[in-house]
Write a protein that binds this ligand. Structure first.
Ligand code: 13P
Length: 251
């Protein structure tokens, strides 16, 4: 399976810079004949009618479980339909821990978008104190984040994003990633991404970990030149071709 590369813009990029990013990235995929699935999750205000390759997919970072209605500050599926968006992130750590979405709410949202056939990238991961309590506690915490989630759903991609690694600049170690991904894959046969301070230079090592099917990147993906490097590295891991060596760089 080709590695999946996804960029979560979070609360970054304007409408104008999102368009520039998408056009630049699309041109790059075409030029390099890259066929990996590449996802970008821009801010909802930057949704637009982009002319993109089939394997470059725009998704929503969030959407309320409604078509439309009175939910001040939220968007509904009419706002996604307008741009043909059929992919959504659900369960992201920032929505759980900063915006207070409970597992019940996350599951409700999951089931709503599942019923509509959306591709769901379902995020989960433990906070630092749980990690420090040990592997059993960590796995217990993760399984609870699957409460109410139909893991047999055909359009499901999982993303393991340990809370302590998100936005901290400190990625999980290769050993941590290998352990958690092995445990999850044993039980759930779905594509499984890693996310949490993934950078250009660490990407190759992470993608080589067994049971890592791709990455979900925040900070290090926001500069299009860096994201293109990531996409390129991922594309070169599929065949027997030599993978580019990453030079020392800040990213
Ligand atoms: P960072 O890459 O900034 O750690 O964010 C990861 C993430 O939350 C992607 O969804």
């Amino acid at each position: 399976m080709k590695k999946i590369i996804a960029s979560n813009f979070k609360t970054n990029h304007s409408r104008e810079t999102t368009r520039e990013f998408m056009e630049d990235l699309n041109q790059y995929l075409v030029q390099k004949e890259i066929k990996n699935d590449v996802y970008v999750f821009p801010s909802a205000t930057a949704f637009d009618k982009f002319d993109l390759s089939e394997n470059l997919i725009v998704g929503a970072q969030n959407c309320y479980h409604t078509k439309s209605g009175s939910f001040t500050g939220e968007i509904g599926t009419i706002h996604l339909d307008e741009f043909g968006i059929k992919t959504i992130l659900i369960g992201h750590s920032e929505r759980r821990h900063i915006l207070g979405e409970s597992q019940k709410e996350v599951a409700l949202k999951y089931n709503y978008f599942k019923a509509l056939g959306y591709k769901i990238i379902y995020c989960f991961g433990e906070p630092l104190e749980v990690k420090q309590a040990g592997l059993t506690e960590t796995l217990g915490y993760i399984w609870e984040q699957f409460d109410g989630i139909d893991l047999s759903y055909e359009n499901l991609i999982l993303a393991y994003e340990p809370v302590w690694a998100i936005g901290t600049g400190v990625s999980a170690t290769i050993e941590d990633i290998a352990t958690i991904h092995r445990k999850i894959k044993k039980k759930i046969d779905k594509p499984l991404l890693y996310g949490g301070s993934v950078k250009v230079c660490g990407l190759q090592d992470i993608l080589e970990v067994p049971n890592v099917d791709g990455v979900l990147v925040g900070t290090a993906s926001w500069a299009v030149e860096d994201f293109k490097k990531m996409v390129y590295i991922a594309s070169k891991m599929d065949g027997s071709s030599k993978i580019i060596q990453c030079e020392k760089e800040s990213n």
